[in-house]
Ligand binder design. Structure first.
Ligand code: F6P
Length: 358
């Protein structure tokens, strides 16, 4: 008997179900003696022993479904070693569940935080295989995560729609895009949507550069400006602050988010009409795009191969369009940021997109 535990952890994204389907189809095509334990709401299910017994049939018809059939939750890595409110040792509890069910392995789908805990479980002696999920595409060791392209498509659609109304009204529009501490989604959606200014956490901005772009466009007969800003974008001034001081400053910020702060600064400096659009969690919702369905299926199938070969302790990533197994210890705790010197940035600058820095 092959006993597989499976969980999805952290923020959801498109193609989680497609990836699980890939794993299960891959394993069940080769073996019929398989038991699947689906842990509910991420690591919480593993800690408290909440699971459902699933069969291959449960993974049929879910290729196109958004969200996760297992449910998910955020269980911060930093708190994994801290007992819960009843004094329960979470790591010991996860190991207990694993051994009690005589699992052969755990398949864990998640992003950065999830991978730190997955690696901890590996260090604790559990057999773990992981899959790279996140709209942010900030996981080290893979060129691409599933969820990213779907989010880019949604953010791009938002920018497209804003473009027409911004043009009609000669307004400045700020579209705030998700991505946590990195700018991959904003960069791609910004270019795809023809944004005039793209602001990323990796390239600190100067508000005067942004207002100069707006004024210059007006002089050139383009009275509207589209600004795609990453939720984690930062000014040059703030980038000089120590991490702690910046966190404290953010906590006191009178605006709900960066887009609102920028809007007020731009209004004051240009007297232009400025509007804000925050697509928020729509970027993580709905069906996965075709590309994400394909890569989720591929990494799922590659994970199935590892399980059948009893090779554990890896994340399946994509490098140069090939699925690859990357040791979990290499992935855990590292962020893949946008490289400010990357070709994509240079090419965007070539066509006149401003990153607000110079
Ligand atoms: O990591 C995915 C993500 O959508 C980030 O882009 C965003 O910063 C965060 O999750 C939002 O988290 P939550 O769903 O907990 O509000």
């Amino acid at each position: 008997m092959l006993r597989i535990g499976m969980l999805t952890s952290g923020g959801d994204c498109q193609a989680l179900n497609a990836a699980m389907r890939g794993v299960v189809k891959g394993v069940c095509t080769k073996r019929s003696d398989v038991e699947i334990y689906g842990f509910e709401d991420g690591y919480k299910g593993l800690i408290y022993g909440n699971f459902r017994m699933l069969t291959a049939k449960d993974f049929s018809g879910i290729l196109t479904r958004g969200g996760t059939i297992l449910g998910t939750s955020r269980q911060p890595f930093k708190q994994m070693r801290i007992p819960d409110k009843d004094g329960l040792d979470k790591v010991a509890a996860m190991k207990h569940t694993y051994h009690k069910l005589s699992l052969d392995c755990l398949v864990i789908l998640g992003g950065n935080g999830t991978h730190k805990t997955a690696n901890l479980l590996r260090e604790e002696g559990l057999n773990v295989v992981t899959l790279p999920k996140t709209i942010d595409n900030d996981l080290w060791g893979t060129d691409m995560t599933f969820g990213f392209q779907s989010a880019v498509d949604i953010a791009t659609d938002t920018i497209d729609r804003i473009h027409t109304t911004a043009t009609s009204h000669s307004r400045v529009f700020i579209i705030e895009v998700m991505g946590h501490k990195v700018g991959h989604v904003t960069l791609h959606a910004g270019i795809a949507g023809g944004a005039d200014v793209i602001l990323l956490p990796e390239i600190p901005y100067d508000i005067n550069v942004i207002t100069d772009v707006i004024q210059k466009r007006a002089v050139e007969g383009k009275p509207f400006t589209i600004i795609a800003v990453a939720e984690g974008a930062i000014s040059k001034e703030d980038a000089k602050l120590k991490k702690k001081a910046y966190k404290e400053k953010l906590a006191k910020r009178k605006y709900p988010s960066i887009a609102y702060e920028l809007a007020e600064q731009i209004r004051k400096k240009t007297e232009k009409e400025v509007r804000i659009t925050v697509p928020g969690h729509t970027q993580r919702g709905g069906s996965p795009c075709a590309y994400d369905r394909v890569i989720a299926t591929r990494v799922g199938a590659a994970a199935a191969e590892l399980i059948l070969n009893q090779e554990y302790g890896y994340m399946i990533g994509l490098k140069n369009d090939q699925t690859m197994k990357i040791p979990l210890q290499e992935v855990a705790g590292k962020l893949k940021m946008v490289d400010p010197e990357a070709g994509i940035i240079k090419e965007a600058r070539m066509i006149g997109i401003s990153f607000g820095d110079k």
